[in-house]
Write a protein that binds this ligand. Structure first.
Ligand code: HEM
Length: 430
């Protein structure tokens, strides 16, 4: 069993192999300090909680680096150090809207985020969309959802434990929980979830062709357009009904409503399931940490933060930003028009911020993790995710004192060819 998760071995022939860039671009803009290399980053599949070896190296050695990935054109900056990641993501001189129509080098053959989606807008449009969601997802709705989440989790865990062991946590608990919670929040009928799951699998895959992905995106958009029409006729007590009526009143456009709902539903179905399941895997493969948590259940909220920091929930990087003017980041001049990625995963393993960053330490109290991002694009689902992970872990800790993996950790199968990482299944015994 591994108490410390080391980075996977770097393979020089692929990950991180560097080609010199003819033009020197580092320095303070006036004094170039030599040739810069472009790292080829194929974003290979990683199993379990293995950490990307290139990210591990760059955060230590080259926190503002140039990378080229499998798809798209040219190269982009990759910022990995905690402090610089926070700088870039809160600086309005880095635009998301300018990525629309730009074939920036990336890890998927298709663009996951829709052009009018919340992730690809800047202020003031972005601020307007965020406010609308914040208003619709108000305290009352959040409190009701919390009570419901706890009740659903209780039933699902009981259901799993009424089976003979082994039983798969993802199938019995984390998968259905995320479906039911988002179904409730958005008012998506239960019978439609299978279809949404199939669309999710294509849109969040790293190898679907642009044609296939476009067809599926058109299908899911048509689905939400119809649902919006329906909710306008028959409003429910849910976030989507509220956003649909805001749209009818002119507060947002129909394409904005649709792409926002698509983003929310895709993330909710995928990330919560993966994250809760990976958290249980991490605890069960770090028995000393698990024992500490069992001895002091009050540790759970900080344990969840540490698990968020430690678990590499995704492959590669998310969406890039485009510099609107020359900006110096970590002593490197990023030119106007350059594409810039940040890696929250790498920032969360920055040794300048976290002592022994590759170690899971549930009592750690050093700095907030950046798992949900930073700045104006901070994840909209952060509290929802924390709420569900808390419900799953607290219920399992309480009901299953002898919880364990039902097979050796090396035999757990991990999802392949998808943007978000997580176990395919997590067979448990208790
Ligand atoms: C473990 C679970 C999750 C993780 C690690 C995660 C992480 C992130 C990150 C890193 C960002 C981007 C920050 C940036 O662009 O700078 C983001 C944005 C976003 N997330 Fe999540 N997320 C999770 C769950 C969810 C859930 C459950 C939902 C929906 C209910 C959601 C909805 C969104 C949306 C809509 C955005 C775009 C926000 C914007 O551009 O303003 N996420 N998330």
């Amino acid at each position: 069993m591994r108490e410390t998760e080391r980075p996977a071995t770097e393979r020089p022939a692929t990950a991180g192999s560097a080609v010199p860039l003819p033009q020197a671009r580092t320095g303070d803009g006036s004094c170039p300090v030599g040739p810069v290399t472009v790292h080829y980053w194929p974003v290979d599949h990683l199993d379990a909680l293995d950490f990307d070896p290139l990210l591990h190296r760059l955060v230590r050695e080259e926190p503002v680096a140039l990378v080229r990935m499998r798809f798209g054109e040219g190269h982009a900056w990759l910022v990995t150090r905690y402090e610089y990641v926070k700088e870039v993501t809160s600086d309005p001189r880095f635009s998301r809207a300018l990525t629309v129509g730009r074939p920036v080098t990336g890890m998927t053959p298709h663009n996951i985020a829709p052009a009018r989606g919340i992730g690809r807008t800047d202020a003031p449009d972005h601020t307007r969309l965020r406010r609308l969601v914040a208003r619709a997802f108000n305290r009352k709705r959040a409190a009701a959802l919390r009570a419901e989440t706890e009740a659903i989790t209780e039933r699902l865990v009981d259901g799993m434990m009424s089976h003979a062991a082994p039983a798969d946590l993802a199938e019995h608990v984390s998968g259905p929980l995320s479906e039911r919670v988002i179904g409730k929040l958005l008012g998506v009928p239960r019978g439609d979830l299978d279809r949404l799951q199939q669309w999710r699998a294509v849109i969040l895959s790293t190898d679907a062709s642009p044609e296939r992905s476009s067809t599926v995106k058109a299908d899911i958009a048509a689905y939400f357009r119809q649902l919006a029409d329906h909710r306008l006729r028959e409003p429910g007590d849910d976030l989507f009904s509220e956003l649909s009526s805001a749209q009818a009143g002119g507060a947002l456009s129909r394409p904005e409503l649709v792409s926002l709902s698509v983003m929310i539903v895709l993330n909710a179905l995928d990330q919560v399931r993966n994250q809760c399941t990976s958290m249980v895997y991490a605890l069960l493969t770090h028995p000393v940490q698990l024992a500490a948590l069992r001895a002091d259940p009050g540790l759970l909220p900080s344990a969840i933060e540490e698990l968020l920091r430690f678990i590499p929930q995704r492959s590669g990087v998310g969406m890039p930003r485009i510099a609107t003017e020359d900006v110096t980041v970590g002593g490197v001049t990023v030119r106007a028009g350059d594409a810039v990625y940040v890696s929250y995963l790498a920032a969360d393993r920055d040794p300048a911020v976290f002592t022994d960053p590759d170690r899971l330490d549930l009592t750690r109290d050093e700095a907030p993790n950046l798992a949900f991002g930073h700045g104006p694009h901070y994840c909209l689902g952060a509290s929802l995710t924390r709420m569900q992970c808390h419900a799953v872990l607290s219920t399992l800790l309480r009901k299953a004192p002898a919880l364990r993996l039902a097979l050796p950790p090396e035999q757990v199968r991990w999802r392949r060819g998808t943007v978000n990482r997580g176990p395919e299944a997590l067979p448990l015994a208790w």
